[in-house]
Ligand binder design. Structure first.
Ligand SMILES: NC(=O)c1ccc[n+]([C@@H]2O[C@H](COP(=O)([O-])OP(=O)(O)OC[C@H]3O[C@@H](n4cnc5c(N)ncnc54)[C@H](OP(=O)(O)O)[C@@H]3O)[C@@H](O)[C@H]2O)c1
Length: 329
């Protein structure tokens, strides 16, 4: 039995949520099969929602958020994992209703655990985390739908955010020409360094004309915003382009006509990283450690301990964070 520190989110009788750091024992974690000592986690937008009482993400409190964790196996009921194995866990129920990576230990089913690919450090794996995995999954869906670098440029929305900046970097590694849309003028240099060819203001992807279709501006897109931004992305996508929908930071609503689909043959592709089957999950992580390896990871991460998380949680909720926030235990 070990003691560990964890971010602890609790709800009072009036429905207010409080966050503090507490000391817990590994024996209080529900036994699910594999006990992992967490060395790194990361902060995603979803973690901020869980940390502030969003019941669409976390139904039951008190709770420790953190949908990402990297560390080493301490106990295992599975022949697939032995003590000391370096591993990654992202998605499934981790950090939602299963205590997550903002604690020093997690206990998870063996079916959620990915062996750390050779060539990836724990810190780099969490700089990627769910954001990098989602970026790679979205790119995988685009390529599988026939998108090629010579099809034309790809728009990335929310480009300075976690999923966005890693998508920009990965598409550039794979030879795609990237248009990055951002609301942060101060992050243009970073986006250029990550490989963006063109940078546009977020307002340019927020069409208010009510036209069903717009002049084509990109041959495909990866969208993290939803709402009118996704509607605009679809209207201005070239014929037979592919658009991957990953997020809803602007809005979960999508008000569109069928014309991008039935006149332009645009494909709208859904991306759900949390429930990605293990075979594809391992394939994507292996690629991220090898032929899809993203350079510049050190340039896009800010490292904090769980004690410093409060400020980052507030900032990510306001859309102010650029790059990735990595949590070191
Ligand atoms: N489908 C999946 O499996 C999956 C996995 C991970 C994340 N997600 C979702 O993807 C989205 C992004 O996640 P993240 O962790 O990358 O978040 P993040 O780091 O906070 O990035 C979001 C970015 O979106 C832009 N943005 C913020 N508020 C906006 C608004 N009101 N309208 C338009 N753009 C806005 C900002 O970038 P700019 O200033 O550069 O525009 C911000 O940095 C979230 O909705 C998250 O839930 C989905």
């Amino acid at each position: 039995m070990e003691e560990f520190r964890a971010l602890w989110v609790s709800e009072d009788a009036n429905g207010n949520f409080d966050r503090k750091i507490i000391v817990r024992k590994t024996t209080v974690l529900e036994e699910k099969g594999v006990l992992i000592k967490v060395s790194y986690s990361s902060l995603n937008y979803k973690d901020a929602l869980s940390s502030t009482g969003n019941k669409g993400v976390t139904r039951r409190y008190p709770h420790t958020p953190g949908i990402d964790a990297a560390g080493t196996v301490e106990q295992s009921n599975s022949p697939d994992f032995k003590i000391g194995d370096p591993v990654i866990v992202t998605g499934y129920d981790l950090g939602m209703n299963t205590c997550g990576g903002f604690g020093g230990y997690i206990n998870v089913p063996s079916g959620w655990v990915v062996p750390m690919p050779a060539g990836l450090s724990a810190e780099d794996s969490m700089t990627l985390g769910t954001a990098g995995f989602t970026a790679a999954l979205a790119v995988h869906h685009l390529i599988r739908s026939g998108q090629k670098p010579d099809s034309g440029s790809i728009l990335v929305t929310g480009a300075s955010g976690g999923v966005g900046c890693l998508t920009v970097a990965l598409l550039s590694v794979l030879g795609f020409e990237v248009i990055a849309s951002t609301g942060k003028p101060g992050q243009h240099d970073l986006l250029k360094r990550l490989g963006a060819k063109t940078i546009i203001d977020r307002a340019e992807v927020d069409d208010k004309t009510n036209k069903a279709l717009l002049k084509p501006r990109w041959s495909g897109a990866i969208d993290t915003a939803g709402g009118n931004i996704l509607a605009t992305v679809l209207k201005a996508c070239a014929e037979h382009g592919n658009v991957a929908s990953c997020g809803n930071v602007a809005s979960p609503l999508l008000n569109t006509t069928v014309f991008p689909f039935i006149l332009n043959g645009v494909n709208l592709l859904g991306v759900n990283s949390a429930t990605t089957p293990m075979v594809l999950r391992k394939e994507i992580w292996l690629k991220l450690a090898n032929e899809w390896k993203i350079p510049h990871l050190a340039a896009i991460r800010q490292v904090t301990s769980i004690d410093g998380l409060e400020d980052w949680i507030q900032r990510i909720l306001k859309g102010e964070v650029a790059g990735r926030v990595v949590v070191r235990h």
